[in-house]
Design a protein around this ligand. Structure first.
Ligand code: NVA
Length: 306
């Protein structure tokens, strides 16, 4: 049996490995030099648009001495031009790892089942685990520790919320999610987070009222109401999420010192008010920068075996 490690979900790293990756990300950010990917070719296969993820992976691979090879959606036609598992088998014979952004989480699982090189999830409809590593690094930097952090996530129980719930569970954080009925986290994610929390001492609460969610929060986090692939539902979602905007008035209900996070891209006028990204309480651009460092930490861990 192959011992290759994939990163499709936050749960593919043990809690101590999550902390190890973040520590490496922080060290690399602080100037540690590494050629951990020297001589390695990393395939990047994206079926959805991307700014931060593409840039951060390509820059990160270059800094670690590796070579990124980018494929856009129509170049490969995963599962259309060629069966998913065949693409995985071919890539495994030439590349050293593959980073995939796609829609269906089942597709990346199918790809990984046939791959003999590490596969990294750079966003599926189910999870965004690389974002969570950057989020945890950002929270640790800004608070000095991940211990006991209280996060309020306002909005859609989507891919970003799912990975955040699993990541905070791993590190023993306390997460309250405020969503309109029908837009909560998927049940299996809540159940998985619950099991992890039982060991880590973290907690996950799902409520409806955003003001109640932020009352004792160290961090207020939101993401778009309409994710990529859900464009046809946009009008229904705009109506459902009315009252869930993160704006300075909502943050005023949180304790002094609260910080605001968003994985970007943002839709001002929808999940945030205009100017929220540059509000003095926002750490959104530190969070965006940390995609580079946290993913470098992940690749150092996963691709180099170091
Ligand atoms: N929930 C968003 C995240 C984008 C980085 C989406 O899936 O479109």
């Amino acid at each position: 049996m192959s011992s290759v490690r994939h990163f499709l979900s936050v749960t593919d790293l043990a809690p101590h490995e999550v902390r190890e990756v973040i520590a490496r990300g922080r060290a690399l950010k602080a100037g540690e030099r590494s050629q951990a990917l020297a001589g390695k070719s990393i395939a990047i296969l994206f079926e959805k648009p991307s700014l931060r993820t593409k840039l951060s992976f390509e820059v990160g691979i270059n800094r670690l001495g590796g070579h990124p090879i980018y494929f856009s959606e129509d170049e490969i036609g995963l599962g259309i031009r060629e069966p998913v598992q065949d693409v995985a088998r071919v890539m495994s014979r030439m590349a050293d790892a593959v980073i995939i952004r796609t829609f269906s989480h089942a597709l990346i699982e199918e790809f990984a089942s046939a791959a003999t090189i590490p596969v990294v999830n750079a966003l599926t409809d189910g999870e965004h685990p690389c974002q969570t590593l950057a989020d945890l690094q950002t929270i640790e930097e800004c608070r000095g520790s991940l211990n006991d952090v209280k996060v309020a996530y306002i909005g859609d129980g989507n891919n970003v919320a799912a990975s955040l719930a699993l990541g905070l569970a791993s590190t023993g954080g306390r997460l309250t999610i405020a969503s309109p009925p029908g837009y909560e986290l998927p049940e299996e994610i809540s159940a998985d987070a619950g099991e992890i929390n039982a060991k880590s001492g973290g907690s996950l609460k799902q409520i409806v009222d955003p003001i109640e969610a932020v009352r004792d929060a160290d961090i207020v986090y939101t993401d778009v109401w309409t994710s990529m692939g859900q464009e046809a539902e946009r009008q229904v979602r705009l109506a459902a999420f009315e009252g869930y905007q993160v704006n300075p008035e909502l943050l005023d209900h949180a304790p002094d010192g609260v910080r605001f996070m968003h994985d970007l891209p943002a839709h001002p006028g929808e999940e945030i008010s205009d100017g929220m990204l540059t509000d003095p309480r926002s750490i959104v651009f530190d969070q965006a920068e940390n995609r580079l460092h946290a993913q470098a930490g992940l690749m150092h861990f996963l691709f180099s075996g170091a």
